[in-house]
Design a protein around this ligand. Structure first.
Ligand SMILES: [Zn+2]
Length: 433
C-alpha cells in the first residue's frame, strides 16, 4: 500500500517532496498507533483490539455483562464499550470482569431517540409527519458521566416509555388475534429490564404465531407495522445535547438502517454530534465514510453483538477498525472526558454532587463512609481524618496520563486521590484534604 505512494511521477526515483510527505504520513500513522496501543494497554496492534458496540442481558443481549467480557477477551478484544439500550446497569459488572482479563471497558449506552420526517403537500404546507427510531451511542470516560442525576432521569423516562410501548404492542397483537402474555414479555426481557421489540418478537415466536423472531418483525413489529407502537424517545438533537451536557462522546449508530440518514447526519453534526458508525463486517461503508468526512465527524464501528445464537451474527471483535480511525475517536474524546472529570470533581469538592445512589444506573461513583482514624475501605489507609470519600469505580487500570490528569484535577479543587485495590474493588477514592 505505501509502496504505491512512494513512487514519484513517471515511475522514476522518488522526489524529495514525495519522500518528505511519505515520511510525514508514516510518522503520523506511527503516532496514531502509539496512542491506540497505550489506551488499550498492549504493545501489539491487532484489528480486533477494540469493539465499541455490544449488548448484554441488561438490555436485549443474551449474555450477562461478565460473559460478554469473557467472550470479547476470547476473541482478542482489549477495549470493549458495553452499550446497552438506555441503561448503564451492566457497566460496573463488566468493569469488574474486565479486570480479570486486563481489559478496558468504556462505559457506554445506546440511547433510543427519534427523528421526525415531514412530508410537504401542496404549496409547501406540511401534510404528514412520521417518526423513525434513531439510536445514538454515548461513550463516557473512566469516571463515567458528569451530571449523572440528569442523565439517569432522562434514561429512566425512556425506559418507562419502553414498558408503555411494549404494553401497547401486546394490546395491538391481541386485536390482531395474535395474543401474547405480558408476563411472558417481562420474563423474556429479564428482571428489571425495560422490554424492547426483540422481547415482544420472541414472545410472539414462543406463542407459535410466527415461524421465527425475524418474521415477527417483518409481519407485525416493523416501523409503523400493524403491531408497532411508539415509545417515549427524545428527539435525536436532544439526545446529542444530553450526551454533551453529561461529558460523553455521541455517535450515530448504524445509519444504513435509516430511511433518510444523510440530512440527519448533517443536522446532528450541527448540534454537536461527534461521530458516525461507518465500519461494518464488510468494511468501511463508502457513502457514510464520505459523509462523516464532509461533516468532520469521527468514523467508528462495532459488532452490535447480542449473542442471538444466529451463526450469521457478527461476533465481538469482528469489526476491523483502523488505528487512524481509533486515534481520531480517542483524540476527540480526550478533552470531552477530561472536562467530565473536572465537573465531577468540582461538584464533589463543592458538595454539589448529585445523583449518587443505588438507584442511579448511570452513576459509576459510590459514596463510601470511612471511619475516623485508622480504618478505611479495602485495607488502604488514607491519611487524615476524612469521614467521607467519594469512590469512583474505574476501569481495571488507568493509563499514566489519565492517572496524572485525575491527580491534577483533584488537587486543583483541593482534593486528594488514592487508588484502592483488592480482590473486589479497583477504584479511585477521592477525598477532601
Ligand atoms: Zn446496538
Amino acid at each position: 500500500m505505501a509502496g504505491k505512494n512512494k513512487k514519484g511521477g513517471g515511475g522514476g526515483a522518488p522526489s524529495k517532496l514525495s519522500r518528505k510527505k511519505d515520511g510525514h504520513a508514516k510518522s503520523k500513522q506511527k503516532f496514531a498507533e502509539e496512542v491506540v496501543l497505550k489506551f488499550a494497554g498492549v504493545d501489539r496492534l491487532s484489528s480486533k483490539l477494540f469493539d465499541l458496540h455490544c449488548h448484554s442481558t441488561c438490555s436485549d443481549g443474551h449474555l450477562s455483562p461478565e460473559f460478554v467480557v469473557a467472550r470479547a477477551f476470547r476473541n482478542g478484544v482489549k477495549v470493549l464499550a458495553l452499550t446497552d439500550h438506555d441503561t448503564m446497569a451492566g457497566v460496573p459488572a463488566a468493569m469488574q470482569a474486565a479486570r480479570k482479563y486486563g481489559m478496558r471497558v468504556i462505559p457506554g449506552i445506546e440511547i433510543s431517540a427519534k427523528t421526525v420526517h415531514r412530508k410537504s403537500g401542496r404549496g409547501g404546507a406540511i401534510s404528514a409527519t412520521t417518526e423513525e427510531p434513531v439510536h445514538i451511542l454515548a461513550y463516557y470516560g473512566c469516571c463515567g458521566p458528569s451530571n449523572c442525576g440528569q442523565l439517569e432521569k432522562k434514561l429512566a423516562e425512556v425506559r418507562e416509555g419502553r414498558f408503555i410501548r411494549a404494553k401497547e404492542m401486546v394490546r395491538k397483537l391481541k386485536v390482531l388475534q395474535k395474543p401474547i402474555k405480558w408476563e411472558n414479555v417481562l420474563r423474556i426481557a429479564g428482571e428489571g429490564v425495560a422490554p424492547g421489540r426483540p422481547h415482544v418478537a420472541r414472545a410472539l415466536f414462543e406463542a407459535g404465531h410466527v415461524d421465527s423472531v425475524g418474521q415477527a418483525f417483518t409481519k407485525y413489529l416493523y416501523n409503523d407495522g400493524p403491531a408497532y407502537a411508539r415509545g417515549a424517545e427524545l428527539p435525536a438533537e436532544e439526545v446529542v445535547n444530553l450526551i454533551q451536557q453529561t461529558g460523553g462522546v455521541s455517535v450515530l449508530a448504524h445509519p444504513w438502517a435509516l430511511k433518510d440518514p444523510i440530512p440527519l447526519i448533517e443536522q446532528l453534526a450541527n448540534v454537536g454530534l461527534h461521530g458516525v458508525e461507518v465500519y461494518r463486517s464488510d468494511g468501511r461503508h463508502p457513502v457514510f465514510g464520505s459523509v462523516a468526512e464532509a461533516c468532520n465527524l469521527a468514523k467508528i464501528g462495532g459488532s452490535d453483538f447480542h449473542a442471538r445464537g444466529d451463526p450469521e451474527e457478527t461476533d465481538l471483535g469482528a469489526i476491523a477498525l483502523p488505528a487512524g480511525a481509533l486515534h481520531e475517536f480517542l483524540k476527540l474524546a480526550d478533552p470531552v472526558w477530561s472536562s467530565a472529570v473536572e465537573n465531577i470533581l468540582q461538584d464533589f469538592a463543592e458538595g454539589k454532587l448529585e445523583g449518587i445512589g443505588k438507584d442511579n444506573e448511570s452513576c459509576l461513583m459510590e459514596k463510601v463512609e470511612i471511619w475516623k482514624g485508622d480504618i478505611c475501605l479495602t485495607n488502604v489507609q488514607l491519611p487524615g481524618e476524612e469521614e467521607e470519600v467519594m469512590c469512583l469505580r474505574l476501569s481495571p487500570w488507568l493509563t499514566e496520563e489519565e492517572r496524572q490528569m485525575l491527580d491534577k484535577v483533584a488537587s486543583k479543587f483541593g482534593l486528594r486521590s488514592t487508588l484502592l485495590k483488592d480482590e473486589n474493588h479497583t477504584a479511585l477514592a477521592v477525598y477532601r484534604q
